[in-house]
Design a protein around this ligand. Structure first.
Ligand SMILES: NC(=O)C1=CN([C@@H]2O[C@H](COP(=O)(O)OP(=O)(O)OC[C@H]3O[C@@H](n4cnc5c(N)ncnc54)[C@H](O)[C@@H]3O)[C@@H](O)[C@H]2O)C=CC1
Ligand SMILES: O=C(O)[C@@H]1CCC=N1
Length: 269
């Protein structure tokens, strides 16, 4: 099913905050008719009315898709509001961290369910999203989920829902780690005497440029790192700290991702 075909049966979006809003903008840009969208959100953003998107009134009776984009902690309150809308065979597509397929199956016993984990580069069409479906989600359902999430970036399929908490901890939360790396570079640049705006310009462009280089086919990240590192040079002196086995980035990121994954498992318990 294409986004244009969704226009016939409609899409119900539950939660239109940062992630739900980014997804909706992506779908509208790809041809979803605003008249086919119903948003349910007690704090619906103002731009929805400007685009002619309904936030009040009856829910669509048989939408093709119900997208769940509320906080995991709000999911218990949100699901009963939309159980009737799922009776017509809608695909239930959730982007919430932690909440398991089993929880959605309890609320929608007959529905195909797909869990998706995007990330905030969705706002500029550069997300990476992992998806995994339940037993009722057939290839057409998976393809529809892929089309929807593909509107905001790349999509990969998981073979096992158990991978989802690790994905969430790596790529779902990952942009925050990278933004913090930029903050850390700025602080370090300032400590070395650079004015803050210059340090910020250098740090942002360095992370963006290195990211773009890492996305090219060719050398792997280790080889790209080695290409920067002259023997006895400046980078080697810096990496001696960053790559320290006890206090360097590998154990630090290891603890970071492990804590995020553990929180995902808690949210789903
Ligand atoms: N922000 C991110 O980087 C990512 C977020 N997610 C997931 O996306 C989901 C939404 O997160 P954000 O967009 O960041 O949160 P947000 O707080 O920006 O948006 C949540 C929206 O849900 C609305 N809401 C609250 N209760 C509701 C209810 N009962 N019915 C309908 N709407 C309700 C709120 O008014 C708000 O607009 C979460 O489950 C999160 O785990 C997934 C990947 C990345
Ligand atoms: O912090 C969170 O729980 C959500 C899920 C991944 C990114 N943000």
């Amino acid at each position: 099913m294409t986004l244009a075909q969704l226009n016939e049966r409609g899409l119900l979006l539950v939660g239109c905050g940062r992630m739900g809003g980014a997804l909706l903008r992506g779908w509208l840009d790809r041809g979803l008719d605003p008249a086919a969208v119903r948003v349910m959100d007690p704090a619906a953003p103002g731009w929805l009315a400007e685009r002619g998107i309904a936030t009040q009134g009856a829910l669509p009776e048989e939408p093709a898709v119900i997208v769940l984009a509320v906080k995991p902690q709000m999911m218990g309150a949100a699901l009963p509001q939309v159980t009737d809308a799922a009776r017509g065979g809608a695909l239930v597509l959730s982007v919430a961290a932690g909440v398991t397929i089993a929880a959605y199956e309890r609320a929608f016993p007959a529905a195909p369910v797909v869990r998706a984990m995007p990330n905030t580069p969705a706002a500029i069409g550069q997300a990476i999203t992992a998806i995994v479906g339940n037993a009722r989600a057939d290839e057409a359902d998976m393809a529809l989920a892929e089309t929807l999430m593909g509107a905001v970036g790349q999509v990969v399929r998981l073979t096992d829902e158990a991978q989802m908490d690790a994905v969430t901890a790596l790529s779902g939360s990952g942009p925050a780690y990278v933004f913090h790396l930029i903050e850390a570079l700025v602080a370090a640049g300032e400590a070395e005497g650079l004015p803050a705006p210059l340090a910020l310009a250098l740090a942002r462009a360095t992370v963006a440029g290195a990211g773009a280089l890492a996305m090219q086919d060719g050398p792997d990240p280790a080889a790209l790192r080695e290409a920067v590192t002259s023997p006895g040079g400046t980078t080697a002196a810096g990496l001696a700290h960053l790559m320290d086995a006890g206090s360097g980035l590998v154990p630090l990121i290891g603890r970071t991702v492990a804590a995020a994954a553990a929180r995902g498992r808690e949210l789903g318990a």
